[in-house]
Design a protein around this ligand. Structure first.
Ligand code: ADE
Ligand code: ZN
Ligand code: ZN
Length: 271
């Protein structure tokens, strides 16, 4: 996701975490502001382009080698890659953020990574290898030349909400939490966190990757790559996709809150 998506996921999580979890996270991040998670939600996208953080670039996705639109699935051994992927990264940083023997800086990085990757894993094209997760599928969006990956990360969310500022993210989060609490998502939120287990983070993250990858067949490329390559994706394709984008952002926020609550519950050093 782009800035708007990641910050919205973080604001949704901030809305649902317990007070204990908020204190735990604020202590690790040395930030007690009203946007303590949203403010670090895109850090991993800057870090990946630094010399120091280059190692983390593969952690934003898992390249599932399936055949959309006829088959969609994720296989950890086949797809994760020797340098790691979003599934192994969520598992590793879940361990690291809780470990006794890591520096304050490394714990801070681990939490920043989790806030970001639990967002990225719900973007269907972050769980798909085809054309580098759609980066090599050229499309236009309302006349602007771009690619399929980018319209999912950025153009379509921004079209929906009208901007990408921190305020836009906070407002989208308010809208989505209302749908979660008493609206269109009310009866599906339990399924979003079904099987969630911080003590088996790899299995949980693999379940999340598989869930998002299924949308590649059903929504992202329902008629295959050739049908969308070179086309204008606004408004018809946008209309077919935007509901999935909204549900995936909401889902990531609810999962992130549950994940952090479970991690913080195991930590008694912060009131
Ligand atoms: N680079 C390689 N595969 C990718 C993917 N699925 N998503 C984003 N970036 C990628
Ligand atoms: Zn992306
Ligand atoms: Zn990312």
């Amino acid at each position: 996701w782009g800035t708007l998506g990641h910050e919205t996921v973080a604001f949704i999580a901030q809305h649902y975490v317990s007070n204990h979890t908020a204190a735990w996270a604020q202590s690790i991040l040395s930030n007690d502001s009203a946007s303590y998670l949203a403010g670090v939600a895109t850090w991993a996208d800057s870090y990946r382009y630094t010399a120091e953080g280059k190692f983390s670039a593969p952690f934003h996705y898992i390249d599932a080698e399936d055949s959309p639109p006829t088959s969609c699935n994720v296989d950890f051994e086949r797809d994760c890659g020797s340098e790691g992927c979003v599934v192994s990264a969520i598992a590793n940083y879940t361990t690291r953020v809780q470990a006794a023997n890591v520096s304050a800086e490394q714990r801070d990085y681990a939490l920043r990574f989790l806030v970001h990757f639990i967002g990225d894993i719900t973007q269907p094209l972050h769980d798909e290898a085809l054309e580098v997760g759609g980066n090599d599928i050229d499309v236009t969006f309302n006349g602007t030349a771009t690619n399929l990956h980018h319209i999912w990360d950025t153009n379509m969310p921004e079209e929906l909400r009208g901007g990408y500022s921190l305020k836009d993210a906070a407002a989208w989060a308010v809208n989505l939490t209302a749908e979660i609490d008493s609206g269109v998502y009310q009866n599906q939120t339990a399924s979003w966190v079904a099987g969630l287990d911080v003590n088996d983070a790899k299995a949980t993250a693999l379940r999340w990757a598989t869930d998002a990858n299924a949308f590649v067949c059903s929504v992202v490329l329902p008629d295959g790559e050739a049908a969308i390559n070179g086309t204008e994706t606004y408004p018809a394709y946008y209309d077919s996709a935007i509901g999935t984008i909204e549900v995936q952002i909401a889902k990531a926020g609810v999962r992130l809150a549950a994940w952090l609550d479970a991690l913080a519950a195991g930590n008694k050093t912060v009131a």
